[in-house]
Write a protein that binds this ligand. Sequence first.
Ligand code: DAH
Length: 338
Amino acid sequence: MLDFIEKYQSEIDAYVIANSEELENFRLKFLSKKGVISTLFQQFKEISPEKKKETGLRLNRLKESANHKYENQKGILSSSENFIARDLTLPAEPIPLGARHPVSLIRKEIVTAFSKIGFTVAEGPEIEDDWHVFTGLNFPVEHPARDMQDTFFIEKNPDIVLRTHTSSVQVRVMETLSPPIRKIFPGRVFRNEAISARAHCIFHQIEGLYIDRNVSFADLKQTLMFFAREMFGEKTQIRLRPSFFPFTEPSAEMDVSCTICGGSGCNVCKYTGYLEILGCGMVDPNVLEASSIDSKEYTGFAFGMGLERIAMLKYQVNDLRLYFENDIRFLKQFTSAY
Ligand code: DAH
């Protein structure tokens, strides 16, 4: 029997296993129930007791070496097979690209347009006190915008609110910086409105503020003209209509020539040829003084616009709710914009 063991040992040592088929043949021959080693163990029961010790030892060693070789080769084969399966010349798996939200795209465009003429970005808190949202902006105590119907109150007396406009950042900036100030303030604002296609309780604005010596209404007009043409194209016309805001005097609303019909009249501009896009005006001296800026030395202008409104015009999306629902089918359409 020892001769057999020796013969099989050399056979195992010399056995070449190059693929999974050969590995299986090896297992069948040496390690299966009817294989060589198992048969030898059967025969082992019958040998004389004095030979048992040495034969048993050698037989166990044979079994171990077969097992070892089997496991070893199996490991080598599986890792090399994996390697072959990974064909490095295949095209890479596509990585799905996200899209910027349309409101982010518009904000980026506006910020870029104003940065070309020296405006830099500043931000302020969404939770504000009465001073920054209303009083510091010259809102009279009984002004309707302070009303519960418009404003989300977090605390009453002293009032803490969700800001209803980004004009609040004007006050924060005027408190901390001294003129010249040339800044824009993008951000989220909140109003207590029922959600519909035309109104939402959350939306975005960009506010602009320019304060220096000798700033005039002509500067405001030129700045906004530059912006409108950057945003809507070289041929865009602007129109300023007198309006009222507590924090500007005089105040105006600005229209741009219709982005769809170019001014000839269509149902988007309701056949007026113009679309309203922002409010603006010369900063009221009361507002400057409230933030300790000398209104005899400095003048300034301010403007504010709704981002969703501009996005709606630019992308021809007429339902405001789409901007907040994050429906992937809607957002996906902006994948190619950057
Ligand atoms: N804060 C105004 C609003 O939310 C927009 C606005 C109008 C901002 C005129 C201004 C401005 O800075 O001068 O409707």
